[in-house]
Design a protein around this ligand. Sequence first.
Ligand SMILES: [Fe+2]
Length: 277
Amino acid sequence: MPLMQETRLSFEEVKPLIGARVQADKLALLSGAHTADVMELLEQRGVLVFPQADLSEEELISFTGTLGDYASDASDGSATRISIDPATSSNADFTRVSFFWHFDGYMNEVPIRGSIMCAKVLSSSGGITEFCNTYAAWDELPEERKRQISGLKAVHSHAAAAMSLEPEPSHERFREWLTVKNGTLPLVWTHRSGRKSLVIGNTAAGIVGMDPMEGMELLVWLRDWATRERFRYSHEWSVGDMVMWDNTGTLHRVTPYPADSGRLMLRTKLAGEEPIV
Ligand SMILES: [Fe+2]
């Protein structure tokens, strides 16, 4: 129908198994005209890039609200400032664990659906955000591996992620990390849609009921598999770019950059819709 044609989202696939580059008018995005298409494309492609979308903080929040429930980190509803510079972010230490593959919110009963991030200031080195498609990684697993991991659960802990940056913490520091709740999550998420994805990342500390080293070896194998080139997209930012990712079917990380580089991203989150089962 002509009306449908007018509101169709224009996009191109970035790689066969992940990513889409979306061309859309800012006003149309903010009006909600593309909401259904954006959410469908996000489910299919894992990562959506809106080159040079150039949204202000208010516009980013408004756009997020057109897609679902905006889950703000701040009591005043502002967007989150992502920085590893303690002078800019009170959460800088926590943010540095994003140098390693993870998904957001393992500790929440319902992890966030997705995130939307806008580049405001870039680092002159590093700072590339990478994503991998954990639906595709599951789909292509050898059948024997699928049988092996179906039904297994992993223990997730912030401490496991933090140890990768600070391998010999003081006991006090370690106990601080443990104040972030642990989680026990299935390795394979069977979504309401019937699709399956892998649930792994730097917070996975071990496999329930398995020898610690065997469990670690399995987690390393799965991370190595899921982050292979064919499942992965690396976004080299330009100021003004907006990138949205499906937190329920991807992992992400950022390549390290200097804390004093000035790099600043604005990020909003979409509230989750289903628990990991
Ligand atoms: Fe993250």
